[in-house]
Structure formats: C-alpha cells, structure tokens
Design a protein around this ligand. Structure first.
Ligand code: SAH
Ligand code: SF4
Ligand code: F3S
Length: 464
C-alpha cells in the first residue's frame, strides 16, 4: 500500500490561497447526524488553517455558522427559529451568517428567496470554498453560494479538528445511492464515494497517538464501503487492529449489504463492539417495498437470526411511523416485530414528507398527523419497556465501561458506555482514573436509557 501523507491543519495552508485576514471569530452550531458532527470538525480544520478562530460564545463571534440537517420537518423548523434570532443581531451589529450542510444543499433557492440576508450558503461537498466565501462576505459584503455536489470529494487529506476526547469519528464513505423513497439524503449528499483505506488507517493511527480509544466509522450506508479492492469488513478489521484502539463501532449499515465476512468480523474480533445498529424502518412488506428498502420482513429476520447465532450481539434500530398509506394492520406488523426483536434501543420517527423524494412524487402523505403521533408514541412506549427490561437484567452484575468524561449532570460522576453502547453513570471514586480507562461497574439501578452503579475495580488493560 502506498502511503498518502495526511494533511494537518497547519499544512492545509499549502493548498488554501491566503487572502483571509486572520483573527475573525466563528461560532458554529451543528444539527443532525454524526456525519454532520464530523463535517463540523472538517470545517473547523479548513477554517483554522486560514486564520479563523472558533469561539463557544456566540456574543464574541464575527461569523455565525449553522451546519444543518434536512431529514425531517422539525429539523427545518429548528433552523428557522435560530435564524430569526440571529437576523436581529445581524441588523444590530453586522454579523456574517452562513448556512452549511444538508438544508443549504436541498433548499438553497427557498432559503435565498425567503431569507435573502443569509450571507453564505455552502453544501456538504464544497467546504474547501468556505474560507474564501466568508472572507468575501466579511470584507466585501458579497453573498456567496457553493452547492455543487461532487462525485469525488471525500476530504481525504484533511484531518478534522476534533473535539471528541477519547471518542474519534472517521467518515469512510460519503453520499448514498440507495434512494429509499422517504429519504432526502441522496439529494443532499450526492453519490456514494469511499476514501482510500490507507488514509483511513493513517488517520486511525494518528487518533490513537492522540489518546483516542473508541473509533466509530461513519457513512450514510457505511457497509457499502468499497475502495482499492477493500470491502467494509476488511476495513473494519484493519481499523480494529491499530494498536491503542480498544473499541470500534460503525453506523449506519444497511441490512441489504451484510455479508458473512462482516458478521464474522463483528463476532470474532475482540476490539469490534458486539453491537449493530440495523435500521428496520417497517415490519410490513408492502411498506418496505414502498420505502424501497430492498429487503422483506423475512430477509431481515433471517439476517437477525444469523447475527444472533454468532453470539450476544446487541441490536438497535430506526423505525418510521405513518409512512404513506400505512394501515393499522401494517403498523401492527411493525409493533409485533419490534416486540419480537427485543432491540436494546430504537429511534422512532414520525414520517415527514421531504421535497424531491420518490415518496413525495409517488405517494400521497395521507396518514393524519394525529395517527402518526399515536403510532409513534405506542412504539416509543413499547421500546422503553423493552430497554428497561434489558437494563434491569443487568442489576447486580458487573459491566465493563470505558470512561468517556463527566456525566451530563455532575463533574463528580463519570459517564461511559458498555461494549453494547449502554450509558453508565457512577460516582468518581478516586482521582487516578481518566477518560479512556476501563472500569468495572457493579450495577445498582437502571432506567430505559442509563445504568447506575459503583466502581469495583478498573484502569488500563484491554477489553474482553
Ligand atoms: N443512512 C441511514 C439513515 C440516515 S437517516 C440508514 O439508512 O440507516 C436516519 C433515520 O432517519 C432513518 O433510518 C429513518 O428512520 C429516519 N428518516 C429518514 N427520512 C425520514 C423521513 N422522511 N421521515 C421520518 N424519518 C425519516
Ligand atoms: Fe436515506 Fe436509505 Fe440512504 Fe439511509 S440508505 S441515507 S435511509 S436513502
Ligand atoms: Fe440530516 Fe444530512 Fe445527516 S439530512 S441526518 S445532517 S446526512
């Protein structure tokens, strides 16, 4: 394998023309999925190389950026609320406002028509142009637009400016070619493309040397990764073999691309977590067909059976309620399947029609909002019961947890996850432990989302 040098933020200066006056302060807020969080790290890296500085205080900022999500209507509404607030501040003190990401890509015209005061709109494949466009907006009040989708852009040589502590995310592929009929992602992120394996392995080594212990490989359709003769299973094992990396996860795989070698890698490799996020969407064949998911209920069940035959691999999922034409009986199929599957966790969404998608063109969005809401709540309640039941089964046992940082509520408590990705919180017992250490926790209390306990021993060592 030939080695491609990674570009550190410092080295980015070599390709970035240097017109920016340094010292502008930028505040960025990120919506949406982990891929968007990762993209924000890329944006930070690209902009820091051109002299921009980031601040956590929006009051201090010359530039306000929103990295946006378009997956459901409520994501749009959140952005519109934020924009309205900053419009007033812009009038008061001349801020530059930029909208990045999936909404910028998908709704460029609508945004420009209705909010012409936005200074810069940049889609997910055009972040290399952001420093120039912002400089022009700051110094010449020129409005900038960059929304070209690319078949090649993977930002392969840009090392993200990370903020994740012991957790590191690496986007191994971008875009999606699946065109599930409900989903806007293929339109906002364009065609699938994978990064070269050597760059991904080098980035993993770099992260390990910086103290990262848990890696999550990201892609909209992560298991369709393919590059230089490598498939996803080979890449996953390659990353898991990097010294210093103790846990590897990946999200989101599509059930249609799950070859035995991938399953084998998850089951056999000691640093690949025994946890798979396997989006189901619906348990009814007519809905699955309409959704364009390329599998039937039976095929999904067969895959789950193969996974469970390999050992204690925990599953989580995504579900959509009230998709076009979904009858009560069809919803009940999903409900019954969720009961049968006993997922550790499920993200349940109310169907939200997206412009330009196949479903928006082909099927009326005919399920009343109240019915969608009712079904969504029923599934959420069912899943809560299942998650609680599973977590309560751990009461009185010891689980191994990697310390990730302080709990949300207190700096006197640690927070981490089990290999199965369940959140665990416990009181800090002594000052020798630090994020990245493994600890053994005796579980004393459980809610559907969190385990609570006390430390029995811990520190150092590798898992399993
Ligand atoms: N690429 C991932 C999903 C990304 S979107 C995958 O295929 O698994 C995350 C989840 O949002 C999807 O799994 C789906 O459950 C949900 N989702 C996507 N489009 C939606 C829509 N129009 N309305 C409601 N939920 C949607
Ligand atoms: Fe959307 Fe389907 Fe692609 Fe996932 S696989 S991003 S749901 S089109
Ligand atoms: Fe949202 Fe775009 Fe991610 S639509 S879910 S930010 S890929």
């Amino acid at each position: 394998m030939s080695s491609t040098p990674l570009l550190f933020p410092e080295n980015l200066k070599s390709w970035a023309s240097s017109t920016a006056k340094s010292g502008y302060h930028v505040y960025i807020e990120t919506f949406g999925c982990q891929m968007n969080e990762y993209d924000t790290e890329l944006v930070r890296s690209i902009m820091k190389a051109r002299g921009f500085q980031f601040t956590l205080e929006d009051e201090e900022a010359d530039v306000i950026l929103f990295n946006t999500c378009a997956i459901r209507e409520n994501a749009h509404n959140r952005l519109y609320g934020h924009l309205a607030r900053y419009k007033t501040r812009k009038q008061e003190r001349g801020l530059v406002i930029g909208v990045l990401g999936c909404m910028a890509q998908n709704l460029k015209q609508e945004l420009l028509d209705t909010r012409s005061w936005i200074d810069v709109l940049v889609g997910p494949d055009a972040y290399r142009r952001l420093p120039d466009l912002l400089t022009e907006a700051l110094e010449s009040q020129r409005q900038g637009l960059a929304v070209d989708l690319s078949e090649y852009e993977t930002y392969a040589q840009i090392v993200p400016d990370r903020t994740g502590g012991v957790n590191g995310w690496i986007a191994v592929m971008r875009g999606c070619d699946n065109f599930c009929s409900f989903c806007v992602v293929p339109y906002t992120r364009g065609r699938e493309r994978s990064r070269e394996p050597e760059g991904i392995l080098e980035e993993t080594q770099l992260l390990a040397s910086q103290g990262v212990r848990q890696i999550t490989l990201l892609g909209q359709n992560v298991n369709s990764y393919r590059s230089s003769g490598w498939d996803f299973a080979r890449l996953l094992v390659g990353v898991a073999d990097v010294p210093g990396i103790q846990r590897v996860r990946f999200t989101s795989p599509h059930p249609k691309d799950f070859p035995p070698a991938l399953l084998e890698a998850v089951a056999q490799h000691s640093t690949i977590c025994n946890q798979i996020h396997l989006p189901l969407q619906s348990g009814n064949d007519r809905m699955l067909e309409r959704m364009g998911r390329c599998y039937t209920r039976r095929e999904y069940l067969t895959l789950v059976e193969a996974i469970r035959n390999k050992g204690p691999i925990v599953l989580t999922t995504d579900l959509i309620c009230g998709f076009c034409g979904e009858t009560d009986e069809e919803f009940q199929d999903t409900y019954d399947l969720v009961k049968e599957m006993q997922y550790q966790a499920a993200f349940v969404f109310k169907y939200s029609e997206r412009k330009h998608t196949i479903a928006a063109r082909k099927y009326p969005d005919d399920i009343p909002d109240q019915v969608k809401g009712y079904r969504t709540n029923r599934l959420i309640e069912l899943q809560k019961e299942i998650s609680l039941y599973k977590n309560q089964a751990l009461l009185g046992t010891e689980v191994e947890v990697m310390i990730e940082g302080n709990s949300k509520k207190s700096d006197q408590q640690w927070m981490g996850h089990t290999e199965h990705n369940v959140t665990v919180v416990w009181s800090k017992d002594d000052l020798t432990r630090a994020p990245g250490d493994l600890a053994s926790i005796f579980i004393q209390d459980a809610t559907p989302s969190t385990l609570y306990g006390i430390v029995t021993r811990g520190g150092g060592g590798s898992e399993k």
